[in-house]
Design a protein around this ligand. Structure first.
Ligand SMILES: Cc1cc2nc3c(=O)[nH]c(=O)nc-3n(C[C@H](O)[C@H](O)[C@H](O)COP(=O)(O)OP(=O)(O)OC[C@H]3O[C@@H](n4cnc5c(N)ncnc54)[C@H](O)[C@@H]3O)c2cc1C
Ligand SMILES: *[C@@H]1O[C@H](CO)[C@@H](O)[C@H](O)[C@H]1NC(C)=O
Ligand SMILES: *[C@@H]1O[C@H](CO)[C@@H](O)[C@H](O)[C@H]1NC(C)=O
Ligand SMILES: *[C@@H]1O[C@H](CO)[C@@H](O)[C@H](O)[C@H]1NC(C)=O
Ligand SMILES: *[C@@H]1O[C@H](CO)[C@@H](O)[C@H](O)[C@H]1NC(C)=O
Ligand SMILES: *[C@@H]1O[C@H](CO)[C@@H](O)[C@H](O)[C@H]1NC(C)=O
Ligand SMILES: *[C@@H]1O[C@H](CO)[C@@H](O)[C@H](O)[C@H]1NC(C)=O
Ligand SMILES: *[C@@H]1O[C@H](CO)[C@@H](O)[C@H](O)[C@H]1NC(C)=O
Length: 535
């Protein structure tokens, strides 16, 4: 039947109206409808896992729950249309399919510790939704074959705890901060106190399960070796949604030794720090990890502040052997027996993370961060000692709550080749340095803090070959550059792509084009699809 003109006008009007009416309610309704069709089930069942502003308090508490950087929770920060909190793998597959179908932009969140909040805020496109994996945190440890399957929403602290529950002599080389999520953390590398013995978390991944851009659930075999390479250090939010990692457990002694020795300028801090720069990565025993934390403290005479440098260490052995190693490698610190504490590996995790010494390890099961801050971080990875003690100290004293952490590389970090995983900073690289500034008051002048950290970063420029200035993708820094909406421009993204991935960046761009040609997984610093280079 040929429609009469009037009914055809009518349908055009209906069509126009429906286009005009695509507001937030209908994005959510369309999404629910799409999910329901996928499961052929009652739409009502999704009302508890799709959290919208209709329930403002639940929306806010869910959004805030794991968001580590309060800078990205201010009222003026863009908010998601809704937060989807999947309960199983098929929910995630369906969410990817439905987002594609409806053209809804997704952000993926596991532990919410992204330095620049890109897992829960989009500053480059609206509307967007969050797929929050917080409810997917199962951990299955298998001591018999030295492995564990861990779900992306678990924190690294939960992983450590579940391993320690099964064995006192197994561990995993992940990050120091225990509330980071394994989803984003391992995807970006994962560096901690066991790195000099075993490398990064990503160096110790055996298998993974990910939902790709088409909504397929793929393990290592199904995705293939090349994408499997890319997801182990190529950065979160680029290639798919990681649902599970299969990690390799590593041996740790039944008892390890820790210490923290602090030195001020009066106590010879400069010479000791210069010596640490010379020897920490290259010479130290692989069992020894000593990081240096710079922080202002109040002077003993209570007038003003001075810089304290804390040597915060884990040794995979007992005090006797540690004292011998220190006598040989780093006598300048003057470590004594009474500085040393022997404890189980899991207690050392709490110690290095800064918990009070009587904390029960089950605190790690709280599953979220105990402190949230306003903060800005930047990082460098140096190839030579740089000295700079006095000027760095002077600058740190000018800021309210600065923190600077020097992490030694070397040891097992140098046993891997630069192309073994996307993290390329191997045998030439001595230490990763983190500059941080923290504040707690929403009404403070943010630009003051940003200026301070940008200045200290600028000051350190001569210490690096500027052409090769590099940084760790897990310490995300949007100052390095930001994807524009629909960015495909290689030149722009190269600004930070080369910084985070060095020589591996080009490979990652090629893989991205293969596995996510529509750029479904994107954010401010996602790996671009370069249309101008031949791949
Ligand atoms: C207080 C603090 C301490 C830290 N300490 C360390 C440390 O000791 N060692 C270290 O190496 N790093 C450390 N980090 C950095 C940390 O490793 C990164 O911020 C990491 O990305 C956090 O992972 P997440 O899942 O918590 O973050 P999220 O904010 O959830 O995600 C980070 C990125 O990964 C993406 N992503 C999240 N989940 C997935 C997933 N399932 N699949 C694919 N992509 C995903 C997000 O979209 C985002 O791009 C620290 C960060 C903070 C804030
Ligand atoms: C909002 O969610 C909370 C937690 O699920 C619930 O207790 C409360 O009744 C909800 N409020 C409304 C108005 O739906
Ligand atoms: C996931 O949950 C839905 C119900 O919401 C169910 O229909 C589906 O079978 C579940 N899938 C898996 C893999 O458990
Ligand atoms: C643990 O690994 C062993 C050896 O691969 C295997 O036989 C066993 O079934 C696994 N146990 C569990 C609970 O998966
Ligand atoms: C207090 O101690 C600091 C650092 O040790 C020193 O620089 C300062 O001069 C002292 N002030 C007084 C009043 O003694
Ligand atoms: C734990 O800390 C308390 C207070 O700081 C201290 O008195 C005690 O000796 C410490 N215990 C150990 C085992 O270090
Ligand atoms: C926060 O900063 C504002 C402006 O500087 C100040 O007025 C207020 O007292 C501060 N609040 C707290 C709790 O420090
Ligand atoms: C960005 O991508 C969307 C979806 O693919 C498309 O509709 C839009 O036209 C693009 N915008 C630009 C500026 O290219």
């Amino acid at each position: 039947m040929v429609p009469s003109p009037s009914s055809s006008y009518l349908s055009i009007i209906v069509l126009l109206l429906s286009v005009l009416l695509i507001d937030s309610a209908s994005i959510e309704e369309n999404f629910i409808q799409c999910l329901s069709s996928y499961f052929s089930s009652n739409p009502k069942q999704f009302s508890t896992i799709i959290i919208t502003r209709k329930n403002e308090s639940l929306f806010t508490s869910t959004l805030d729950s794991t968001a580590q950087n309060l800078r990205y929770l201010t009222p003026s920060t863009p908010k998601p249309e809704f937060i989807f909190t999947p309960l199983n793998e098929s929910h995630i597959q369906a969410a990817v399919i439905c987002s594609n179908k409806l053209g809804i932009h997704m952000r993926i969140r596991s532990g919410g510790h992204d330095y620049e909040g890109v897992s829960y805020v989009s500053e480059i496109e609206t509307p967007f939704i969050i797929i929050d994996l917080a409810k997917l945190r199962t951990i299955n440890v298998n001591i018999t074959d030295n492995s564990a399957w861990v779900q992306a929403g678990a924190t690294i602290g939960e992983v450590y705890y579940r391993i320690s529950e099964k064995s006192e002599v197994h561990g995993f080389p992940g990050g120091i901060c225990t509330s980071i999520g394994v989803g984003g953390h391992i995807a970006g590398g994962g560096f901690g106190a066991l790195a000099r013995k075993y490398g990064l978390a990503a160096d110790n991944v055996l298998d993974a399960k990910l939902v790709d851009a088409n909504g397929r659930l793929l393990d290592k075999e199904a995705m293939g070796e090349i994408p499997f390479w890319a997801i182990r250090g190529g950065g979160g939010g680029n290639f798919g949604i990681i649902l599970w990692w299969k990690i390799k457990l590593v041996p740790v002694p039944k008892s390890v030794t820790v210490f923290t020795v602090s030195k001020t300028t009066e106590q010879g801090a400069e010479d000791i720090f210069n010596q640490w720069q010379e020897v920490a990565p290259g010479l130290f025993d692989k069992d020894l990890f000593i990081r240096v934390i710079f922080q202002p403290v109040s002077a003993a005479n209570k007038t003003g502040r001075i810089i304290s440098t804390s040597y915060n260490a884990l040794f995979l052995g007992d005090t006797n052997r540690l004292l011998k190693v220190m006598q040989k490698d780093f006598p300048e610190l003057g470590l004594t027996e009474k500085d040393c504490l022997e404890m189980s590996w899991i207690k050392s995790v709490l110690y290095i993370a800064g918990y009070p010494n009587d904390t029960n390890p089950n605190v790690l099961l709280q599953g979220k961060s105990t402190f949230q801050n306003y903060f800005k971080g930047k990082s460098d990875i140096f190839t030579t000692p740089v000295g700079a003690f006095q000027e760095l100290s002077r600058r740190l004293l000018q800021e309210d709550n600065p923190l600077m952490i020097w992490n030694p590389l070397g040891g097992a970090m140098w046993d891997f080749n630069f192309y073994d995983t996307p993290f390329p900073f191997r045998s030439d690289f001595y230490y990763m340095v983190e500059y941080l500034t923290l504040w707690h008051n929403a009404s403070e002048d943010v630009s003051k803090h940003l200026d301070w950290i940008r200045e200290i970063y600028k000051y350190m420029t001569p210490a690096v070959d500027d052409q090769r200035r590099v940084a760790y993708v897990n310490y995300r820094d949007l100052d390095l550059g930001v994807n524009k909406k629909n960015a495909t421009n290689f030149k722009e993204a190269a600004a930070w792509g080369n910084v985070y991935y060095g020589v591996n960046f080009k490979s990652l761009v090629k893989i991205k084009k293969k596995v996510d040609p529509e750029n479904i997984f994107r954010h401010e610093q996602s790996i671009p699809i370069d249309l101008s280079i031949k791949v």
